[in-house]
Design a protein around this ligand. Structure first.
Ligand code: NAI
Length: 306
């Protein structure tokens, strides 16, 4: 199997970065997202979500996530109009919301159009492959695997891959080799367990740090000064990292892990609800991708930050 063309579904934090990284490597890639309800109601550009994401990739400061010359390799679109075009694609990466039911619905649509021998992979942070495959066809299971990129995909070298019992060996080898040789990733094969390796440990640590900071009355800055560099973690610290990841992803990860990890009081304590984060998410403070997060990124007209 040869990978000459790709598509990424979901142009959020990860999908846009993965598409940019593929394009940076010289491979054509389609980037598809939903059509916003406001566009359906009032008209407008039906591919606006993916187009806006591409603009953002080109403008990241200080270093753009996508080279200018790579931009022509990314074709933005929307899943409603452009689904049939996926019939030409060798590798489809799913990077939509961390919700097994929504992912399952998408996989059925993809399976209806994709060509024989193509591969579909999920960028899920936590959901085991055997759960993602529930209700899918044997054909889909043979062509499906997990490719878990890290944020931001351009700079984070690690890539976790998971092969299912039914995944074709040649497809798994081809995607793994492509990610290694063409995308320059350090590919690590993981067992099919909740959170795989990095998030089984990393999300536990992040949640524990958040809970301790809240219970102990630490400021965000104090908590990050302790939980960042001194502990060998990114200098953003825990709260800064959550801003990068997206606050809205954290409860989805907790929900996913609580439903798949062994029932255990420690997990229930660690992955408990966080009312402060829930309030922030409801008000649009989802992190860097939103109005800001624990650290406010939004610039006011006078140049100051919120
Ligand atoms: P996000 O919320 O930033 O973006 C998700 C995108 O998918 C949105 O643009 C949304 O409009 C689109 N979408 C939702 N439902 C869709 C559908 N049915 N069809 C097409 N598009 C749809 O999410 P993010 O953070 O990029 O996460 C995507 C996946 O990557 C999740 O599975 C997440 O667990 C995983 N992940 C996230 C990381 C992070 O740091 N944010 C790191 C590694 C993995």
């Amino acid at each position: 199997m040869q990978i000459k063309s790709c598509a990424v579904i979901g142009s959020g934090v990860m999908g846009s970065g993965i598409a940019a990284h593929i394009a940076n490597a010289g491979i054509p890639v389609m980037l598809l997202d939903i059509v916003p309800q406001s566009v359906k109601d009032n008209g407008g550009d039906r591919s606006v979500v993916a187009k806006t994401a591409i603009e953002k990739m080109l403008k990241t400061d200080p270093a753009p996530f996508m080279h200018k010359k790579a931009a022509s390799l990314v074709t933005p679109g929307n899943l409603e109009d452009d689904l049939p075009k996926l019939a030409d694609v060798d590798w489809i990466v799913e990077a939509i919301v961390e919700n097994p039911a929504i992912k399952a619905d998408l996989y059925k649509k993809l399976d209806g159009v994709r060509k024989a021998g193509s591969v579909v992979s999920s960028n899920t942070s936590t959901i085991p492959l055997n759960i993602l495959l529930q209700g899918q066809s044997e054909r889909f299971a043979a062509d499906f695997m997990i490719t878990h990129f890290f944020n931001p995909p351009r700079y984070m070298r690690l890539l976790e891959v998971v092969k299912g019992e039914k995944t074709r060996d040649d497809a798994f080898q081809a995607v793994s080799a492509f990610c290694d040789v063409v995308l320059g990733k350090g590919v690590v094969r993981c067992k099919d367990t909740p959170g795989f390796i990095a998030n089984r440990i990393g999300t536990y640590f992040m949640q524990a740090a958040v809970n301790e900071a809240i219970d102990g009355g630490l400021t965000v800055e104090e908590a990050d000064a302790i939980s960042g560099k001194p502990m060998g973690l990114p200098k953003t610290g825990t709260f800064g990292l959550i801003d990068l990841v997206g606050l809205d992803l954290m409860p989805l990860i907790s929900k996913s892990l609580l439903s798949t990890l062994p029932q255990d009081d420690d997990y229930r304590r660690i992955y408990r609800d966080n009312p402060l984060a829930a309030k922030m998410i409801a008000e649009g403070y989802t992190g860097r991708k939103g109005k800001g997060g624990f650290y406010r990124q939004t610039k006011l007209p006078d140049g100051k930050r919120l």
